[in-house]
Write a protein that binds this ligand. Structure first.
Ligand code: FAD
Length: 552
C-alpha cells in the first residue's frame, strides 16, 4: 500500500492539531468585536466521514487492473476516503462544500506512480482510454484547481505525485538542485539543508504543499523578496505529455522564442504532469533574523516598504499589516506576564506620549539573511528608512514569534468554521502608484457586500511581498454565515476580486486561477490574451484529458 500521507479530509493539516485560544485572553473579545462571534457558545460538530455521500467509482475492474500493472498493486485505489481527500483543495469554498456533504463528483481512482516512467505509462493508458487526469500535489490550493467537473462522464484519475519526493542532484558549482515534483516543503528543505543548501521557498502552506504544485500554481513564499517567486526560482523542468517529455534545460536565461518554461509555470495540470524541477538553491545563510517594527499609520508603513524596495537594502521578508490586522495579531498573543507585560505597557505609553493613535498602529516584520556583517548593514539601512517614516523597531521578540507560529495560522479557519464563521483570503499585486487605490477599493467592496448581505463582516490586509514596481496586498475576510454560506462567501469574494481588476491590480498574485478566479481572466489579461491561452490548451490537449475546466 502507498505510504503517502495526506491532510485530514475536513480541514487543514493533521488530526490532533487545532487552534487554541484559552491561553490568548484578548482573542475572544477581539472576535466578538470583529465579526460578532461569541466564543463561549459550543462548537458545532462537523459530519463524520460515514455521513458523506461519496459517488461510486466509475472505473472498470479492467482499467484498475491495467493501471495496477503499470504502478504496482497497492498504488491504485478506489477507497472512498482517498477519493474524497483528492476531490478538493483547501479554500473556504472547498471546506464548506465538504462539510455540507456536497460531493457531486469525485475522482474515480487515485494512482501513485513511483517515477517519471510510471507517470508516462499512466498518462498513455489514461489518454488511450479517454480518461481525465488531474495531477495532485499536496491538495492545498485555494482556487478550485483540483475540482473534478461535476458533469464529467469519463473516468477521472487523480494522479498523486507523492512518491516522487527526492532531491535527485545538486549542481554545487551552479547552485541548481533537481528535485522530484511531489516533494513537500519540509522534505525538500531537510534534504537540501543536510548538504548546506536552501531553496528559500516558504509559502504559508509549506508544510503540506509540493514543488510540482508550487510550479503549477505560480506560487510565492514569504521570503520571495530575496529568493524570488517560484517562477524566478524554476530554471528547468520536465513534464510528461501523451507523446513524450517536455524537457526544459536549466539555463540562467534564454532567448529561444516565447518561453515554454513560463507556459508550464502556472498551467495547473492543463498541459501535462510536471515530474522534475531544477531550481536555484542558495547556501544556508549564516544569520537569519526577523525583526518587528511599529508604524503609526498604514500609509506610513506602505511608504516605508516602498522606499525599502527602491533602496540598496534587500531584506528577505517585507511585511506590514494594516491597523485591523495588527489588532488581530496582537489579539492572538499568549497572555504576557511579568517583565514582558511591563515592557509592552511601557512602550504603549511612550507611543501615546509621542502622539500615536494606538488604534492605527501597524505591525511590520522585516527579515534579514546572510553573513553577520551583511545582516548588520541591512538592518542599519532599513532602520533609518523606518525611522524616516515615523516607525520604531520593537526587536526580535515579535519577529521570532511570527516565524515560529506562521504555519499554525491555517488551523484558525477550521476553528472559526466549527463556530459558524467563514474566513478566507484574496490577494493581488499592483504598481506602487495604485496600491492605496486598490487597498481602498477592496475594503469598500467587501464592506458594501457585507451591507448587502446584512452581516457584520471583517476585512484586514497586509503587504506581503515588495517588488521594484509594486507590491502584493493580501486581504483576509471573515463573517458569520447564514443560510447559504457558499452563496454569501461568493458575493464577498467576487466583490473583492472585481475591485482588484477594476483598479489596476491582478486577479491573483500567487493563488492561481482554478475555477474560482477564471471568470475574471478576460478582464485581467484581455480578450486576445485569453484567445492565445485557449489556443494553447486546445492544441496541447485536444481531447480535454488534462484537468479540464481550470484557468479558462
Ligand atoms: P495542489 O493543490 O495539489 O494542486 C494545485 C494545482 O496544481 C492543481 O491544478 C494540480 O492539478 C496542479 N498540480 C499539482 N502538482 C502538479 C504536477 N506535478 N504537475 C502538473 N500539475 C500539478 N500559495 C502560495 O503561493 N503562497 C502562500 O503563502 C500560500 N499560503 C497558503 C496557505 C494556506 C493555509 C492554504 C490553504 C493555501 C496557501 N497557498 C499559498 C495556496 C497553495 O498552497 C498553493 O497554490 C500551492 O502551490 C499548491 O501546491 P500543492 O502541492 O498543494 O498543489
Amino acid at each position: 500500500m502507498t505510504s503517502v500521507e495526506h491532510m485530514k479530509w475536513w480541514g487543514w493539516g493533521v488530526e490532533g492539531v487545532a487552534f487554541e485560544h484559552s491561553n490568548k485572553p484578548d482573542f475572544a473579545p477581539f472576535v466578538k468585536q470583529a465579526v460578532g462571534l461569541d466564543l463561549r457558545k459550543p462548537a458545532q460538530a462537523h459530519l463524520s466521514f460515514d455521513e458523506l455521500t461519496v459517488p461510486a467509482s466509475r472505473a472498470s475492474e479492467e482499467f484498475i487492473a491495467e493501471l495496477s500493472t503499470l504502478v504496482g498493486q497497492g498504488h491504485v485505489t478506489t477507497d472512498d476516503q482517498e477519493r474524497v481527500v483528492h476531490t478538493y483543495g483547501k479554500s473556504i469554498r472547498d471546506l464548506l462544500r465538504i462539510r455540507a456533504n456536497d460531493l457531486p463528483r469525485t475522482p474515480d481512482l487515485v494512482v501513485y506512480p513511483a517515477d517519471e516512467a510510471e507517470v508516462a505509462s499512466v498518462v498513455a493508458a489514461a489518454v488511450a482510454a479517454d480518461a481525465v487526469i488531474i495531477p495532485f500535489g499536496g491538495g492545498t490550493n485555494i482556487a478550485g484547481s483540483l475540482d473534478p467537473q461535476p458533469t464529467e462522464e469519463r473516468v477521472i484519475i487523480s494522479l498523486d505525485l507523492g512518491r516522487l519526493d527526492r532531491v535527485l542532484s545538486i549542481d554545487e558549482g551552479s547552485g541548481l538542485a533537481t528535485i522530484q515534483a511531489g516533494a513537500q516543503g519540509p522534505s525538500i528543505e531537510a534534504q537540501l539543508g543536510a548538504k548546506g543548501w536552501t531553496m528559500g521557498h516558504f509559502p504559508d502552506s509549506f508544510t503540506h504543499s509540493t514543488l510540482g504544485g508550487w510550479v503549477a500554481t505560480r506560487s510565492s513564499g514569504m521570503q520571495s523578496d530575496k529568493y524570488g517567486d517560484i517562477a524566478d526560482i524554476t530554471k528547468g523542468l520536465r513534464m510528461v505529455r501523451p507523446n513524450g517529455i517536455v524537457a526544459i534545460r536549466p539555463v540562467p536565461s534564454a532567448s529561444t522564442g516565447p518561453s515554454v518554461r513560463e507556459m508550464i509555470i502556472g498551467s495547473e495540470g492543463r498541459l501535462g504532469i510536471i515530474t522534475e524541477v531544477t531550481v536555484q538553491v542558495h547556501r544556508t545563510p549564516a544569520v537569519r533574523e526577523v525583526l518587528g517594527y511599529f508604524f503609526p499609520t498604514w500609509e506610513a508603513g506602505l511608504a516605508a516598504m516602498h522606499e525599502i524596495a527602491e533602496s540598496d537594502a534587500s531584506p528577505s521578508v517585507t511585511r506590514v499589516s494594516n491597523a485591523r490586522e495588527s489588532g488581530f495579531s496582537l489579539a492572538t498573543r499568549k497572555a504576557s506576564t511579568g517583565v514582558s507585560a511591563q515592557v509592552t505597557k511601557g512602550l504603549m505609553k511612550v507611543l501615546t506620549a509621542r502622539g500615536w493613535d494606538l488604534e492605527q498602529l501597524c505591525l511590520s516584520f522585516i527579515g534579514y539573511e546572510g553573513s553577520a556583517s551583511h545582516v548588520r548593514y541591512e538592518k542599519g539601512l532599513v532602520g533609518s528608512i523606518v525611522r524616516k517614516h515615523g516607525g520604531i523597531g520593537v526587536g526580535k521578540g515579535p519577529g521570532a514569534l511570527y516565524d515560529q507560529k506562521k504555519f499554525d495560522t491555517p488551523y484558525l479557519r477550521d476553528f472559526l468554521l466549527d463556530r459558524g464563521a467563514a474566513a478566507d483570503v484574496s490577494e493581488t499585486a499592483a504598481p506602487w502608484s495604485r496600491l492605496q487605490e486598490v487597498y481602498d477599493a477592496a475594503n469598500d467592496a467587501a464592506n458594501a457586500a457585507y451591507d448587502k448581505l446584512g452581516v457584520h463582516g471583517w476585512i484586514m490586509c497586509h503587504l506581503s511581498h515588495s517588488y521594484h514596481s509594486g507590491a502584493c496586498l493580501y486581504f483576509t475576510f471573515a463573517f458569520i454565515t447564514g443560510d447559504d454560506p457558499i452563496g454569501e462567501y461568493e458575493q464577498v469574494k467576487s466583490a473583492i476580486q472585481q475591485s482588484f481588476v477594476d483598479h489596476g491590480g491582478t486577479l491573483s498574485h500567487h493563488h492561481a486561477v482554478g475555477v474560482e478566479h477564471s471568470p475574471w481572466m478576460e478582464q485581467d489579461i484581455s480578450t486576445e490574451g485569453v484567445a492565445i491561452m485557449r489556443g494553447l490548451f486546445d492544441s496541447a490537449d485536444p481531447g480535454s484529458n488534462f484537468n479540464p475546466g481550470k484557468i479558462l
